[in-house]
Design a protein around this ligand. Structure first.
Ligand SMILES: Cc1ncc(C[n+]2csc(CCOP(=O)(O)OP(=O)(O)O)c2C)c(N)n1
Ligand code: SF4
Ligand code: SF4
Ligand code: SF4
Length: 813
């Protein structure tokens, strides 16, 4: 900042200036930081300087980009914009810094003295200091569910103080209610943009409204006239709903701003993670960081984002305890447990429970609990719930209700729920979908888009194998929501076990993961050698049990863990170099599960050479391809997985060629386990595929259908689209298990029925296909016909393969 630069010049005027200095960070380790006056500014006073606080994917940033274009292109004003946000896919804080003025703008990007501050989410006021940047007399615009007469009582003390002391002009609008009314759902961007133009007076109001509408036409025209009209309605009625608040003279609030993370969070989370969450990352002293740069895992649990306006509420009397809601939740927010009813003695008064229905859990109680502050309101759990309330068929066994009134009570219930014991996984038959709900997810509350189609698979992976998994993650959405500052969703269980996770480059992730496998295999070989050498010291019985352990079941793995525990105790008492060496690697004696994870851009395209090479290696690694059919993370570019007829970046006229069949290609190896799954269409088949792939002693590949915002429809319908993809034959569910050959069976099993609906019934629910029918109707027709032919011919090929008799010679092997 100019203030920091001034600090440097001031230092240079000193008699003995610091040599080797830092500025802008608080270096309390080597003490090289320079002092400076943060209030120093070079900014001329007659400029509009605005700061907007928005929520990732609420449209604030795109609306501000449009405002800059409107002012920059349609007036004589100069404009500058800078947008601060982290790389989470949705639901994180975005701060837009905008400047407008009659003179050219030669300035730094960040605005730290604003004369217009807009807060697009009311709950930000609870934890963020949004008015710190407001200068005296500034305008403060707040999206508030409370009207001008009642909002004051809902503001924390600090906010009231700032409004009074800085003599701010304070305006409110209930943008969410308005957006809902005009049919825009939760898209409040147009409404807030209109308010900005109305209050800031950068352009006369009438002209501003006309320009906004022109940009709406330009931006949303491709989504159809109805979307454009809804936005026009929003613009027209915004002014009526914008109100100035009569600011009282005194601070009256009885509550204050809350800390960014709860006091029970670990010290590092308090000192570093919490400060980054609060937007004070730049002020963290160097001494707060670990010298090796590591960050702890399992930290999303401390960031209570509270982004859901509505959350699911459980009705125990209607629920059949099928666990479908728990299985499908992309954010691991809704969970269930069975437990001894005696444990309910200390339960909060509103904690819900019902006798467990499964005979296996006779006498136990069952609870479905939602973490109210981590829910994203994606609605998938309600959508998937199969049970209707008999008295009121409109209602299911879970129903969305407003979050704020029940937030506090449900947060307490969640806390109570978490401390209930986990169900003993050794007792569960994991092949049954109904049991998955009882496995603790070790991937939770990620920053993926609400309703993301990728994350349920990762959550499932973490539930089934997370306590012994090693994951190599290719760059893509999954590396961003999977391992990003300030928090990470990969976590650990009560025993401290969780996945080892690392992100590698896009182009070499498969090799990176194979490196993990090779290292493990080498360590295992060495550990087995050392065990034999130390047999006399350790005891032959234990050594033989460790060497010959059957780890093909949860029980077997648990028993091996117990043996390794005893081994480590023995080794720590032995004073031999071999014992010390074995102690460092003894954990590899417990079976590990190596996964290569990434999107279609990785596996079909840029990392294809590597993933093919690794599958051909015969090594025991499992590839999970999260197939969104585009490069989602970078905005939806075409990949070889993009289907014929779909629009993507670099395929604006619809992709002319068919999707590459990676599944078929991998099957041709003959010794690779391969599956194509769609959890929304058949959860049982997905679970079976994961278990079989992991159990297979060789390479495996799972290609998973993932609905994505890039497909252009409301993701609440994602599961229906998965079903339609399977019913149309576009996404045949298959499992190819080379082990079946040994039993004289055909390795290929088709798990879905022959196509029963035309392709168009699936594809035309999605903008990526539908928009071509508007822009190029003839081309769309032609591509649809070809795509339908692709479906039919591919189905025939699969059918043929699955019906083939197995070679009797192979059976004998
Ligand atoms: C060699 C290389 N090229 C481009 C990029 C930029 N990049 C990062 S993620 C990504 C898209 C990932 O797409 P995909 O593998 O399909 O995963 P998704 O985001 O869809 O989950 C791209 C192009 C990169 N990181 N490395
Ligand atoms: S609404 Fe979405 S995030 Fe919330 S519990 Fe249901 S599935 Fe999970
Ligand atoms: S999906 Fe519905 S019926 Fe099934 S466990 Fe969840 S709430 Fe109960
Ligand atoms: S895969 Fe699609 S829906 Fe999921 S986080 Fe990425 S962009 Fe969002």
């Amino acid at each position: 900042t100019p203030a920091m630069i001034k600090g440097i010049f001031d230092e240079m005027t000193k008699k003995n200036p610091k040599n080797h200095f830092t500025v802008g960070i608080n270096d309390d380790v080597t003490h090289t930081s320079l002092e400076y006056n943060p209030n120093f500014t070079t900014e001329p006073p007659n400029r509009t300087r605005s700061v907007f606080y928005g929520l990732g994917s609420d449209g604030t940033v795109s609306a501000n980009k449009n405002s800059i274009k409107i002012i920059g292109e349609e007036t004589d004003y100069y404009a500058q914009g800078y947008f601060v946000y982290d790389s989470r896919k949705a639901g994180s804080l975005t701060i837009s810094h905008l400047r407008f003025g009659q003179e050219p703008i030669h300035s730094t990007y960040l605005v730290n003295k604003a004369n217009f501050v807009a807060c697009h989410q009311f709950f930000f006021l609870e934890r963020l200091d949004v008015l710190k940047v407001a200068e005296p007399g500034a305008i403060f615009l707040l999206n508030s569910p409370y009207g001008p007469d009642e909002v004051w009582d809902h503001l924390p003390r600090r906010v009231q103080e700032q409004i009074i002391n800085k003599k701010l002009r304070f305006f409110v609008i209930d943008a969410y209610q308005m957006a809902k009314k005009v049919g825009l759902g939760v898209r409040i961007n147009t409404i807030m943009q209109t308010c900005f133009f109305a209050l800031s007076n950068v352009i006369p109001q009438k002209e501003a409204l006309e320009s906004i509408k022109r940009f709406i036409q330009k931006t949303y025209g491709r989504y159809g006239e109805s979307v454009v009209k809804k936005n026009f309605d929003a613009v027209d009625s915004a002014m009526e709903h914008l109100h100035e608040v009569k600011v009282p003279k005194e601070v009256t609030s009885t509550f204050d701003v809350q800390p960014p993370v709860p006091p029970e969070a670990p010290e590092f989370v308090q000192k570093v993670t919490g400060e980054i969450i609060a937007g004070r990352g730049d002020d963290i002293p160097v001494s707060a960081f670990a010298p090796d740069g590591t960050f702890p895992s399992g930290t999303t649990q401390w960031e209570k984002r509270n982004i859901a306006l509505e959350i699911p509420e459980w009705d125990p009397d209607t629920c059949i305890q099928c666990g479908k809601c728990v299985l499908i939740c992309p954010h691991a927010v809704i969970r269930s447990k069975v437990y001894d009813p005696k444990l309910l003695n200390n339960a909060p008064a509103t904690f819900k429970s019902a006798p467990a229905r499964a005979s296996k859990f006779k006498g136990m109680h069952f609870t479905i609990q939602v973490s109210p502050e981590d829910c994203t309101a994606c609605g998938q759990c309600v959508k998937v719930c199969p049970t209707k309330n008999k008295k009121d068929p409109e209602r299911k066994a879970i129903n969305m209700v407003p979050q704020p009134p029940i937030r506090k009570q449900e947060a307490e219930n969640w806390k109570f729920f978490l401390q209930l014991p986990e169900v003993d996984r050794k007792q569960l038959n994991l092949k049954l979908a109904i049991n998955i709900q009882f496995l603790q997810p070790l991937f939770e509350f990620s920053g993926a888009c609400a309703g993301c189609g990728e994350t349920p698979y990762l959550k499932l992976l973490s539930q089934l194998f997370g306590d012994r998994a090693m994951i190599a993650n290719a760059t893509g959405c999954s590396s961003i929501y999977g391992g990003n500052l300030p928090t990470t969703p990969w976590t650990f269980n009560r025993e401290g076990r969780g996945p080892t996770w690392s992100n590698s480059l896009f182009e070499d992730n498969a090799e990176f993961g194979m490196g993990m496998r090779l290292a493990l295999d080498k360590q295992l070989e060495y550990a087995r050698e050392l065990l034999q050498q130390l047999s006399a010291d350790i005891g032959d019985e234990l050594v033989q049990a460790l060497l010959n352990a059957d780890q093909s079941s949860e029980m077997g793995i648990e028993e091996q863990r117990e043996r390794v525990k005893i081994l480590k105790e023995k080794l720590s008492r032995l004073n031999k170099p071999e014992a010390k060496k074995l102690l460092t690697i003894a954990d590899v004696l417990v079976k590990k599960s190596v996964w290569l994870v990434g999107g279609d851009g990785w596996a079909y395209d840029i990392g294809y050479g590597g993933s093919d090479h690794v599958l051909a290696s015969g090594r025991n690694v499992h590839a999970l391809v999260l197939d969104t059919e585009v490069y989602s993370n970078t905005g939806g570019q075409m990949s070889k997985a993009t289907p014929r007829g779909a629009i993507a970046k670099f395929a604006a006229g619809g992709k002319p060629n068919p999707k590459k069949d990676l599944v078929m290609m991998a099957m041709t190896y003959g010794n690779v386990y391969v599956a194509r799954v769609a959890i929304g269409a058949n959860e049982g088949q997905t679970i079976k595929a994961f278990l079989e792939a992991e159990a297979y002693e060789g390479p495996s590949l799972i290609v998973a259908y993932c609905h994505c915002i890039a497909h252009g429809y409301n993701l609440i319908n994602g599961l229906d689209q998965q079903k339609a993809a399977v019913l149309s034959g576009y996404w045949p569910l298959i499992r190819y298990n080379p082990d079946l050959i040994k039993e004289g069976k055909n390795p290929l099993q088709i798990d879905s029925k022959p196509p029963s609906i035309p392709l168009e019934e699936y594809v035309y629910n999605e903008t990526r296909y539908k928009s071509l029918t508007r822009s190029k109707p003839e081309e769309a027709k032609k591509l649809l016909k070809l795509a339908q032919e692709d479906v039919v011919s591919r189905w025939r090929l699969y059918e043929h393969w699955a019906a083939m008799k197995i070679d009797e010679n192979k059976k004998k092997d």
